[in-house]
Design a binder for this molecule. Sequence first.
Ligand SMILES: NC(=O)C1=CN([C@@H]2O[C@H](COP(=O)(O)OP(=O)(O)OC[C@H]3O[C@@H](n4cnc5c(N)ncnc54)[C@H](OP(=O)(O)O)[C@@H]3O)[C@@H](O)[C@H]2O)C=CC1
Ligand SMILES: O=C(O)C(=O)CO
Length: 313
Amino acid sequence: MDIIFYHPTFDTQSWLAGLQQQLPEARVREWREGDNQPADYALVWHPPVEMLAGRKQLKGVFALGAGVDSILSKLKAHPDMLPAGVPLFRLEDTGMGLQMQEYAVSQVLHWFRRFDDYQAQKQQANWQPLDEYRREDFTIGLLGAGVLGGQVAESLIAWGFPVRCWSRSKKDYPGVTSFAGAEQLGDFLNGTRVLINLLPNTPQTVGIINAGLLEQLADEAYVLNLARGVHLVEADLLAALDNGKLKGAMLDVFSQEPLPVDSPLWKHPRVAITPHIAAVTRPDEAMAYIARTIRQIEKGEKPAGEVSLQHGY
Ligand SMILES: NC(=O)C1=CN([C@@H]2O[C@H](COP(=O)(O)OP(=O)(O)OC[C@H]3O[C@@H](n4cnc5c(N)ncnc54)[C@H](OP(=O)(O)O)[C@@H]3O)[C@@H](O)[C@H]2O)C=CC1
Ligand SMILES: O=C(O)C(=O)CO
């Protein structure tokens, strides 16, 4: 079995060594320009088109992250990049669920305990206890309730917050109120105080967090964008912060990354920023998942994690 690997920034040598350990029977190599030698599996992130095009013998392509938007947008421009019938897999969880839980819980608690207000008071040496917020006024709404959204919902339930989610299909997560489909988006937004985005980037979700959506949230709402920058209309977010509809935002992802130095988001006092680190690929867990999945394919089984090209995630 031959495996080719391409990632523009990962430590390729340590991945090759790790994969070799997980799959001793395989020959694992770094893909380099001009390599047309046979391969059964390809592990990729932002792959050059020529790495995959024409490789009809592939039994699977693995995206080395959870989101497959970059590979699918390339596929749109170069439809022959993924030969027909070759399944595309993505990383499901592999350690990202816990990272998303840490990020979401810490920020929700930061807002709930009014640490943003106390930080602002500190700038003015102002010693002033504030009214406490009540959990019943702090409904958390998850846009996207899949592998990561579902785990974030579970962690916030454990902290006693009212939690609701919105997805394409109805969910049955204990304690979480589920809304599904475009027709229930309004009901989902109505009363949501903290909006957490964990949707995939698809034609249906681009620009979904816009002025019209923000207007439907509870007053003094908060936005936590953990998914993709293109989901959020940044100018609409700034306007909603400045007109008082939104109290704060924390953003991990941006329409342009790195976020340009002249972006007004950097300077806004009620916007917190992290550089797309909400959940990173954990090599050991990712390699174990890939090895397990390859073994399932080799046995003729149907593994989890296959991307639906029809739905785009
Ligand atoms: N910032 C970061 O560091 C990271 C960001 N991400 C981002 O997080 C995203 C989510 O990851 P993951 O949870 O694994 O993905 P999943 O595919 O497991 O979940 C996606 C969720 O979105 C829902 N959804 C998709 N399209 C629509 C729609 N049109 N309307 C309503 N709901 C919709 C799905 O509904 P249904 O369940 O019904 O299918 C599902 O609940 C990734 O696509 C990636 O972009 C991921 C990792 C790290
Ligand atoms: O896995 C993903 O989709 C990511 O965004 C990783 O940073």
